[in-house]
Design a protein around this ligand. Structure first.
Ligand SMILES: Cc1cc2nc3c(=O)[nH]c(=O)nc-3n(C[C@H](O)[C@H](O)[C@H](O)COP(=O)(O)OP(=O)(O)OC[C@H]3O[C@@H](n4cnc5c(N)ncnc54)[C@H](O)[C@@H]3O)c2cc1C
Ligand code: FES
Ligand code: FES
Length: 493
C-alpha cells in the first residue's frame, strides 16, 4: 500500500498498476483533467504538478515535477498539489491572478503547467530573480502566447504577500505527512502480475534486489518511465530507491564527495559546483528544472546511455561507483563501468549505492562543453570533459603533466580519448601541441550520424573544443593563475 495527500485529502492505493504515471492517475482515476498531457516524455511541462515534502527544518519544500514520467508509487509520503487546488473558494491564487493580469495565456493548454512551475517558485523564493525564473520555467513550453507576458506574471505574482491557504495549512500537512512517514508500512503496490516496492533502508533494498532478480530500479524515473510512456513496455517489477534514507545523503570529506544513489541533481548541484564551477552551466542545461528535481546522477550512469552528460564528466574526474549486491560491495571506476552499448559491469541484483567524486585538485583545470542544438532542455550531440594538470619544464615552459579527457555522444559508450591524451601529456602547452591533439582525437572515435548531428559534425566540433579549452586556459591564467576558470559557456563551440 502507498499513502499520500492529494492536496489535503489522505489517499491510499494498493491495487493499481505500478506502471501508472501520476498524470494518468490524476486524469483517469481522479478525473482531475486540469493537468494536461502534451508530450508524455518530460519535454513540454504541460503535466507539471507540485510535490510538497516535510524538511528537516520542519517546513515544506515545494517542487515542480513532470507528472507524465513519475510512477504513481513515488507519491508515498508526499503531498500532491495540482492546478485544481490553487483557487481558494472563488478567489484565484496570486499566481493565477498574475497570469490573468499580465495576459499570460491564449489557448491555455500550457497554462496549468506554467502556473504550477510558478507556484513552486513562489513558494521557494522571497523575491523574483530573472535568471532563476527563467531556469524554473525552462521546462514549460508555450507555442502561442510568447514568454514575455508569462515572465512578467512570474515577477508580478510576488506583489501580493503570500498568505495563501497552503501557508495556513502547513502545520497540519506536515503533521499528516509525518504520520504517514512514521507508520511501519511496507510501501508496495500489486496489480495482477505487476509489483512495486519502495524500501526504506539500503538493507531492505539489497534483499529485494536478490528476491526479485528481474526487477528494474527506478530513481527519478526520468529515463525509465519513457519505457512505458513512449515504448509502451510493461515493467513487471519496479523497485524505487527514493525512500531509502542511506541513498539520500551527500557527504563531503577531505578528498571525496560521496553522493547517494537517490540524490537528485538539484540536491547535489551546489556541492558539485563548489568543487567544479564549470558544472554550474552543465547541470542547468541537463533537462529542465522539473527533471532535475527528480533525476539522479546514479540514474544517469545506470541508464548507460552513450549521450548522458554526467558520465564523461565523472570519467574525466576519475570518479568511482560503489556497487552493492546483497551484503557485498565493490568499488569500480565510472570508466570501467561501461562495457559496450547499454552493457555495464552491473550484475543481476546488483545496484549503484554511491557515486564517489574526487574533490577538486587545484593542480588541474577542469572544463566541460555540452554541444546541443538548444541551450535549454536538450540532449547533447556530444559532450566533452577535460581535466588537465600543468607544470613548468626546465626552460620555464608550461607542459601538460596529466590529461583525462572523456566524451559522450562519440561512441557506443561514454569513453576516454586516450590518443588525444597521449598527444598532450609531457608536451609543451601551445598551439602546435593542440593541433596534434586534434588530429589524434580522430583516432579515438568513429561517431555515428543521427538526427542530432552527423558523424562529421560530431568529430569536427569535438576537435574544435581543444583550441577552445586552450584559449580559455590562457585567459584564466592571465586573470588568475592558480584557480579554476570563471568563463561562462555558450552552447556552440
Ligand atoms: C525531458 C528530458 C530531458 C533530459 N535531458 C537530459 C540531458 O540534458 N542530459 C542527460 O544526460 N540526460 C537527460 N535526460 C535523461 C535523464 O533525465 C537522466 O539520465 C537522469 O539522470 C536519469 O536519472 P533518474 O533518476 O531519473 O533515472 P531513472 O529513470 O529512475 O533510471 C534510469 C536507469 O538507471 C537505472 N538505475 C536507477 N538507479 C539505479 C541505481 N541506484 N543502480 C543501478 N541502476 C539504477 C534504472 O533501472 C534505469 O535503467 C533527460 C530526460 C528527459 C525526460
Ligand atoms: S506531458 Fe509533456 S512534460 Fe509531461
Ligand atoms: S497559451 Fe497556448 S500553448 Fe501556451
Amino acid at each position: 500500500m502507498i499513502k499520500f495527500l492529494l492536496n489535503d485529502q489522505a489517499q491510499q492505493l494498493d491495487n493499481i498498476d505500478p506502471n501508472t504515471t501520476v498524470l494518468d492517475y490524476l486524469r483517469e482515476v481522479q478525473l482531475r483533467t486540469g493537468t494536461k498531457e502534451g508530450c508524455a516524455s518530460g519535454d513540454c511541462g504541460a503535466c507539471t504538478v507540485v510535490i510538497a515534502e516535510g524538511t528537516a527544518q520542519n517546513n515544506l519544500s515545494y517542487q515542480a515535477i513532470n507528472a507524465c514520467i513519475t510512477p504513481v508509487g513515488n507519491l508515498h509520503g508526499k503531498q500532491l498539489i495540482t492546478v485544481e487546488d490553487l483557487k481558494n473558494g472563488d478567489t484565484l491564487h496570486p499566481v493565477q491572478q498574475a497570469m490573468v493580469d499580465n495576459h499570460g495565456s491564449q489557448c491555455g493548454f500550457c497554462t496549468p503547467g506554467f502556473v504550477m512551475s510558478m507556484f513552486a517558485y513562489r513558494k521557494s523564493y522571497d523575491k523574483p530573480e530573472k535568471e532563476s525564473i527563467i531556469e524554473a520555467l525552462g521546462g514549460n513550453l508555450c507555442r502561442c502566447t510568447g514568454y514575455r507576458p508569462i515572465l512578467d506574471a512570474a515577477v508580478k505574482m510576488f506583489d501580493p504577500a503570500l498568505d495563501d491557504q497552503f501557508t495556513t495549512r502547513e502545520p497540519e500537512i506536515i503533521e499528516k505527512l509525518a504520520v504517514i512517514n512514521n507508520e511501519n508500512l511496507t510501501i508496495s503496490l500489486t496489480n495482477e502480475n505487476k509489483q512495486y516496492f519502495a524500501p526504506t533502508s539500503v538493507e531492505e533494498l539489497a534483499e529485494l534486489m536478490i528476491a526479485h532478480p528481474k526487477a528494474r530500479l527506478v530513481a527519478g524515473g526520468t529515463d525509465l518511465c519513457l519505457e512505458f510512456t513512449q515504448m509502451l513496455k510493461e515493467i513487471d517489477c519496479l523497485i524505487y530507491t527514493g525512500q531509502v534514507k542511506e541513498l539520500q545523503t551527500i557527504e563531503l570529506s577531505n578528498d571525496t564527495l560521496t553522493i547517494g544513489a537517490a540524490v537528485t541533481y538539484n540536491q547535489a548541484k551546489s556541492l558539485l559546483v563548489d568543487q567544479y564551477p564549470d558544472l554550474d552551466e552543465l547541470i542547468e542545461r541537463l533537462g529542465s528544472y522539473q527533471i532535475r528535481n527528480q533525476a539522479t546522477i546514479a540514474g544517469n550512469v545506470g541508464n548507460a546511455s552513450p549521450i548522458g552528460d554526467m558520465p564523461p564528466v565523472l570519467i574525466a574526474l576519475g570518479a568511482k561507483l560503489v556497487l552493492r549486491k546483497g551484503d557485498v560491495r565493490r568499488t569500480v571506476s565510472v570508466e570501467e563501468y561501461f562495457v559496450r552499448y547499454k552493457v555495464t559491469l552491473l550484475q543481476t541484483s546488483e545496484f549503484i549505492e554511491q557515486v564517489l567524486v574526487p574533490v577538486a585538485n587545484h593542480d588541474y583545470q577542469f572544463k566541460v562543453y555540452k554541444i546541443s542544438k538548444r541551450l535549454e532542455d536538450d540532449i547533447s550531440a556530444t559532450c566533452g570533459a577535460f581535466n588537465l594538470a600543468f607544470a613548468k619544464n626546465a626552460d620555464g615552459k608550461t607542459i601538460v603533466k596529466d590529461a583525462m579527457i572523456a566524451f559522450g555522444g562519440m561512441a557506443e559508450i561514454p569513453k576516454r580519448a586516450t590518443h588525444c591524451e597521449q598527444a598532450l601529456i609531457n608536451q609543451v602547452w601551445d598551439k602546435a601541441t593542440i593541433k596534434l591533439a586534434m588530429t589524434a582525437l580522430a583516432n579515438d572515435f568513429s561517431p555515428i550520424s543521427d538526427f542530432r548531428a552527423s558523424a562529421d559534425y560530431r568529430l569536427k566540433v569535438s576537435q574544435n573544443l581543444l583550441p577552445r579549452f586552450f584559449l580559455e586556459c590562457q585567459q584564466a591564467h592571465l586573470q588568475s593563475p592558480a584557480t579554476s576558470i570563471p568563463v561562462r559557456l555558450t552552447h556552440h563551440a
